[in-house]
Write a protein that binds this ligand. Structure first.
Ligand SMILES: Nc1nc2c(ncn2[C@@H]2O[C@H](COP(=O)(O)OP(=O)(O)OP(=O)(O)O)[C@@H](O)[C@H]2O)c(=O)[nH]1
Length: 368
């Protein structure tokens, strides 16, 4: 069942968005999980008016208590659905607290065996306040991370900010996260279809829209003649903002996004070794990784995605989306540039080519 995470800084309009979304036709089969910080479940009461299927996670901040709470919350929902105690929902929305780091939530959805068999992470939607967003990005690293990992970004409260403020925020968000579509909204007014189905699989048709999912061309427009397409925020900000260049206090100067492309097919073993090293040594820097791999010995592409220390099990796709059969991996990282990633994977792959007989593929029992 498709699962969407709505995150965004305190007061940025998550509950307003949720209420507006739930009022749309076709959203009635939606269950909602809400995380509250503190005792007063106000959001819970607000949403309850429109949805009966609300589980309140009230034991504190979702990023601290997420494993137990989120797992038991989702399990409860699923059991109730199976017993017919709640209407049969086909979508789950999780609203995080405004201070949450979204990564542990994504980890949990990607790794808990029961959850991965029943719930499929579809999209991360991040709300950013049109008026206060830039100030929050300056002062709160959580808000930078929330925007960086988003599949969809909503600039909320557009009625409160002038055009210049909105477009300055939009430019900054675009630098932070080149691939996520940005929508400007007021009072959560947006067609739900713009926020959902951002995952690898379309739940209705079971077809895969890899181009939409990977959206590597968003990175390539910043690229150069080499096969590495990097968007370097430090460089860009020197031109586009009034902040001093390389300002270590500016949180989004630590976030980088780039797409690395490999012409030669990759050896699965080399990729796994690379993934093991980087998730162990630099996991905290890998905010989000998505890729489509052309593997030696595999005619079909293999999709991979990761959040920090966790790689999702690889998925073999039914075919290539177009004539471009190169491996492409997009990264959103913190304090980690493309060169070390590209060089290490390149060298591991070259070494694996020399001992090609030991290479295996995901179809032969290899797993991340
Ligand atoms: N003018 C205006 N106010 C808005 C808009 N969206 C939300 N608000 C108001 O902003 C305040 C915060 O909105 P919420 O939806 O509660 O924000 P939230 O992100 O759920 O807040 P927390 O759960 O506290 O993090 C409320 O008073 C909303 O009515 C908007 O588009 N325009």
């Amino acid at each position: 069942m498709a699962t969407t995470v709505i995150t965004g800084f305190l007061g940025s309009g998550k509950t307003t968005l949720l209420n507006a979304l739930l009022s749309h036709d076709g959203m009635d089969k939606t269950a909602v999980l809400i995380n509250e910080f503190g005792d007063i479940g106000l959001d819970h009461l607000l949403v309850r008016e429109v949805s009966e299927d609300v589980v309140l996670l009230n034991s504190g901040c979702i990023c601290c208590s997420v494993r137990g709470d989120l797992i038991s919350g989702l399990r409860d929902l699923f059991v109730k659905r199976t017993r017919g105690e709640v209407p049969a929902f086909d979508r789950v929305i999780i609203e995080t607290t405004g201070l949450a780091d979204p990564a542990p939530i994504l980890h949990t959805l990607m790794t808990d065996p029961l959850l991965t068999s029943k719930f499929r992470l579809d999209s991360v939607v991040t709300t950013v306040d049109a008026l206060h967003g830039e100030g929050q990005l300056d002062t709160h690293p959580e808000s930078v991370k929330q925007a960086a990992v988003a599949d969809r970004i909503l600039i909320t409260k557009s009625d409160l900010a002038d055009n210049a403020t909105r477009s300055s925020l939009e430019t900054r968000l675009r630098h932070l996260n080149p691939a996520a579509p940005i929508h400007v909204v007021s009072m959560g007014d947006i067609d739900p279809s713009k926020l959902f189905n951002a995952g690898l699989y379309d739940p209705t048709t079971k077809s895969m829209d890899v181009q939409k999912w990977l959206h590597d061309e968003a990175y390539e427009q910043h690229g150069d003649e080499s096969h590495e397409h990097e968007h370097d925020h430090k460089h860009d900000h020197e031109h586009s903002h009034n902040h001093p260049p390389h300002d270590v206090n500016r949180h989004d100067d630590h976030i980088r996004s780039f797409c690395i492309t490999f012409d030669e097919p990759l050896h699965w073993d080399a990729f796994v070794t690379w993934a093991e090293i980087f998730t162990q040594m630099r996991g905290e820097s890998l905010l989000r990784v998505k890729g489509i791999l052309n593997l030696v010995g595999e005619s079909n592409p293999v999709a991979i995605h990761a959040v920090q220390h966790v790689f999702h099990p690889p998925a073999t796709l039914p075919g290539w989306p177009d004539d471009d059969h190169r491996s492409k991996i997009v990264f959103i990282t913190k304090d980690l540039g493309p060169q070390v990633i590209r060089d290490s994977l390149y060298h591991l792959n070259a070494a694996a080519s020399e001992t090609a007989e030991t290479a295996t593929t995901p179809g032969h029992g290899k797993n991340l």
